[in-house]
Design a protein around this ligand. Structure first.
Ligand SMILES: [Zn+2]
Length: 392
């Protein structure tokens, strides 16, 4: 496990996140001792004049689920991927849209400066963002040597979806020689599957079970998903934390020819020793399952309450409402597109341009028209050769 940076900071972040989580009401949380979930948050630090540093959570989410192919819906109202990291990042986008509007309208954002000349925002000096996760992201970052602390499930293979596969006989032990001169007999396993079109895991006993550095699909029981693993998604977005340097930093270190304002981000990785009460390995019971009741999502935007979703829709909506605005949570594609329009109009009004809302254009149209973003994505896909362009 790579550990760089300030452990004291990691623990300060972990403590703040888990005390926030503990204060949330039970709705959407796992049943104690029977279920587990993953937690992710994005935080901001602001350096004060007296040297102290303010630390605040700006978005958070829990979740371990992903809808199968038949549950996907093209109207943008349903969340396809409800893994905690992905939802926390989307809730963070919502926070950023709000802050952009504050900066552009009133020059009153705590974190952004707005330039009327260029119509662009920049981060204020001494402001930094951090991502915190209660677990290693599924996929490549979840494949690493077993240590005595994590090897409490001998003879039981548990994938990311919590399946206890007791049919796999205890394998003949092989050893892996690690960079810090330790011999390792077995590796952690991820339920995230290799792409059907690419190289496949060997599924051999011990250290040869998986092949590392591959792009993977999210784990799931039954029907296959079309969502990429969190290791792959975090490697793509500007916020990264993982114990496995390989998955988050090493795989993208050679990305080059990026468009203006894009750069390869090499974040500091810090491990917190705080324990997540509802985490998968917190209980000693072996039959705990991933929380089926859904996810909890929140952004630091005024008048925003905690949202709970089940199968990608707001909890409590009827099946019929599944295809309407009523079922949509604030971070589904449709609602984020609405926020994007509000933000775009706020900025363009200040530039005295007469632009009307172009409702006919889809989320996909807007995304593909972001030329620099698309170029950066192409460069990343070129560096990670087996990244499938059609998957999200
Ligand atoms: Zn994940």
């Amino acid at each position: 496990m790579v550990e760089i940076g300030d452990d004291e900071f990691g623990n300060r972040v972990g403590k703040l996140c888990f005390s926030y989580y503990d204060k949330l009401v039970k709705t959407g949380k796992p049943q104690k001792g029977k279920e587990w979930t993953h937690f992710a948050a994005i935080l901001v630090t602001k350096q004060k004049d007296d040297g102290d540093q303010d630390l605040e959570i700006v978005s958070m989410a829990t979740g371990t689920k992903c809808v199968g192919i038949s549950g996907r819906n093209m109207n943008g109202y349903v969340l396809h991927d409800s893994h905690a990291e992905v939802l926390a990042r989307r809730a963070f986008l919502r926070y950023l849209y709000f802050e952009i509007c504050q900066a552009a309208r009133y020059d009153s954002s705590d974190v952004l400066n707005y330039s009327r000349l260029t119509g662009t925002c920049s981060l204020k000096p001494n402001v930094n963002f951090h991502m915190f996760v209660s677990h290693t992201p599924c996929g490549d970052a979840s494949i690493f040597p077993k240590t005595p602390a994590t090897d409490n499930e001998i003879g039981i293979v548990i994938d990311d979806d919590g399946n206890n596969d007791t049919s796999d006989p205890k394998p003949k032990r092989q050893k892996l020689h690690t960079t810090n001169d330790q011999d390792v007999e077995d590796i952690q396993r991820t339920g995230a599957k290799c792409l059907p079109t690419g190289p496949q895991d060997l599924h051999l006993p011990g250290v040869n079970y998986h092949i590392t550095k591959l792009i993977r699909l999210k784990p799931g029981r039954g029907e296959p998903t079309r969502s990429l693993s969190c290791s792959d998604k975090i490697a793509k977005c500007p916020f990264s934390k993982t114990a496995l340097h390989r998955a988050i930093i090493e795989r993208i270190k050679d990305v080059s020819n990026l468009p203006p304002d894009y750069r390869v981000n090499t974040p500091d990785l810090v491990q917190s020793t705080c324990v997540f009460a509802d985490g998968r390995f917190t209980t000693s019971l072996t039959n705990v399952l991933p929380c089926p009741s859904g996810t909890v999502i929140w952004s630091a935007v005024p008048e925003t309450s905690i949202e709970v979703t089940v199968q990608g829709k707001k909890q409590g909506v009827t099946k019929k409402a599944g295809l309407t605005d009523k079922a949509a949570c604030s971070v589904c594609k449709k609602k984020l597109l609405d926020q994007f329009h509000v933000t775009r109009l706020t900025i363009n009004k200040l530039k005295s341009e007469s632009l009307k809302l172009e409702n006919q254009r889809t989320y996909y149209d807007w995304k593909t028209s972001a030329v620099y973003y698309q170029k950066a994505k192409t460069q990343l896909q070129n560096a990670m050769k087996d990244w499938p362009p059609s998957l999200s």
